[in-house]
Write a protein that binds this ligand. Structure first.
Ligand code: THU
Length: 138
């Protein structure tokens, strides 16, 4: 992945984070994914007064990609501000897994810099994925 693409992803995730709806946790997150057509889709977390109904930034970014016809994630970034680098929650790792491979890069950044670089396989080893299911259930 070239530097320009990472810069686009980071900028999109940071811009989305600025729109996070996080009045309960006060923890704003932005995420962005790069699809197989080179398009960038971003999302922010959106919490809900009925707490479990909130969604994560990564989920929002994936939903935007799928809604636009994207089917593969070639890279992902998550942006949050915390003492430790912000990484995708377990559920979002699995959602990323649906569209990404073990070697897909997933970077964690804050507003200034990249804090940590992972592959999806490092974040979700020995994962369950589409390859486990029969292609023709009929
Ligand atoms: N959150 C995300 O959106 N993505 C992550 O990677 C970690 C957690 C959100 C969920 C919730 O709105 C807030 O951050 C605090 O957990």
């Amino acid at each position: 992945m070239d530097d320009t693409t990472w810069t686009r992803l980071l900028a999109a995730a940071r811009a989305a984070r600025a729109h996070a709806h996080a009045p309960y946790s006060r923890f704003a997150v932005g995420a962005a994914v790069l699809d197989e057509q080179g398009r960038v889709f971003a999302g922010a977390n959106a919490e809900n007064a009925a707490y479990p109904q909130g969604w994560c930034a990564e989920t929002a970014a994936l939903a935007a990609m799928v809604s636009a016809g994207g089917r593969r994630v070639h890279a992902a970034v998550v942006v949050g501000v915390a003492a430790d680098p912000v990484t995708p929650c377990g559920g979002c790792r699995q959602r990323l897994r649906e569209f990404a491979a073990d070697d897909t890069p997933v970077w964690s950044a804050d507003l200034q810099q990249v804090r940590a670089r992972f592959t999806l396989g490092q974040l979700l080893p020995a994962s369950f994925g589409p390859q486990h299911l029969p292609r023709d259930p009929g």
